[in-house]
Design a protein around this ligand. Structure first.
Ligand code: GTP
Length: 368
């Protein structure tokens, strides 16, 4: 089976972290979002993966290569200009023609979806398109379906105003498409699957919905990314602080010279600690913390619900919570970041600085 994964978005809601990498290379424990997704597909017998890339494709190729390490063959379908959420599918048609049917996945979802079940459902209904659906309390931020009791989707409404949604079942970013759908996507221009292709198919063809009831997180915002980190850490069977070679992150640029064993460090699971990361005395780490490689943490620092990329230097008596610190950043002594502040790669937060809630510190900048 073939899956197309859409990984060409700019990830603007996760800037500044996504200025230097696509969203799909954000770490989750000892893996990255895209490796997590491909790993789940490989477990479910997918062998051919088409990555629809556009934004910083070099970084994805560097990490994923031809996919052999992950047990799949990865093909890169490159967009010169962003083609939206359907345009990339048509652009990748050379890989898809002759397959009969194929999957399309948004490249920013953490879920435990059973792809076989949706495929069985798709074939049973002889659908032209099947959309995985997820039930939410407030569907107004999403694409919502009007669906019959037999599961046929009558209409697809993107971001309906509050209280006008026909159901609370939203597009979960995973579809099975019949090859014939390719003929309904114009070639060479930006096309939205939510606003153009699905409404057209609902009018003319057989579109069915399949409700996914397990884990589902759209990792597009800082809080949902941290939530995904928490879930992936919790689900991981290896939650110890044992170090192992991480599969992600950039080159290690610095060696820390310091104590090799620290006193009185409290670890709260789940957490992940990368290789060569050194934690000072009297620190508390976790729960829900990813620490990359070659991170140094000064004495008395507390970190929970946070992702710290590689080669970050954190001072003494720092408090980090609900925050993400980019690669090579430096956080001065006694800094507190607890309200979804995002620190870009290589930025420095100087001791004494007060960083406002939700602040975004650009890569390489100094914050005093
Ligand atoms: P925001 O800018 O924060 O909205 O993030 P985003 O750019 O990732 O957009 P969004 O979350 O709506 O995208 C959903 C999925 O589609 C993500 O996996 C994106 O990488 C992907 N995507 C969005 N636009 C494009 C595009 O033009 N081309 C390709 N290939 N993928 C896209």
């Amino acid at each position: 089976m073939i899956a197309v994964i859409l990984v060409g978005g700019f990830g603007t809601r996760l800037r500044p972290l996504t200025y230097t990498r696509p969203k799909q290379l954000l770490p989750l424990g000892n893996t990255t979002l895209i490796e997590y997704m491909i790993g789940r597909l490989a477990e479910q017998e997918f062998r051919e993966i088409v990555l629809a890339v556009g934004y910083r494709p070099d970084t994805l190729k560097e990490v994923l290569g031809d996919g052999e390490r992950l047990g799949v063959n990865i093909h890169y379908s490159l967009e010169e200009e962003p083609l939206g959420t359907a345009g990339p599918i048509r652009q990748a048609e050379d890989y898809l023609r002759g397959s009969g049917e194929f999957f399309v996945l948004n490249g920013d979802i953490v879920s435990d979806m059973n792809y076989q079940q949706i495929l069985v459902h798709h074939r049973y209904h002889q659908a032209q398109a099947s959309i995985a659906l997820y039930r939410v309390d407030d569907p107004s931020r999403y694409g919502v379906v009007d669906i019959t009791s037999e599961g046929q989707i009558l209409a697809f409404i993107e971001k309906p105003p509050a209280d006008t949604a026909p159901s609370n079942l939203i597009n979960a970013g995973c579809y099975v498409l019949d090859e014939s759908v390719l003929d309904h996507i114009p070639l060479g221009r930006k096309v939205s699957i939510e606003r153009e292709t699905f409404p057209l198919l609902c009018e003319k063809g057989r579109v069915y919905g399949w409700e996914h009831k397990g884990l589902w997180i759209d990792t597009g915002t800082p809080s949902s990314y941290l939530e995904a980190n928490k879930e992936v850490l919790a689900a991981s069977t290896n939650q110890s602080h044992r170090e192992s070679p991480p599969t992600h992150h950039g080159p290690v640029r610095r060696m820390y010279i310091g104590p090799t064993s620290s006193r009185n460090v409290r670890y709260l699971r789940p957490y992940w600690k990368g290789k060569d990361t050194i934690i000072g005395n009297d620190c508390e780490i976790g729960p829900n913390v990813t620490l990359g490689r070659n991170v140094t943490i000064g004495a008395g620092t507390r970190i929970r619900d946070a992702v710290i990329f590689n080669c970050v230097e954190i001072g003494e008596s720092v408090v980090l919570r609900n925050t993400v610190i980019g690669q090579g950043a430096k956080i001065g002594d006694k800094i507190r970041l607890e309200e979804f502040q995002l620190v870009g790669d290589g930025a420095t937060i100087y001791p004494g600085a007060i960083v406002p809630p939700g602040a975004r510190i650009d890569p390489g900048t100094d914050f005093r």
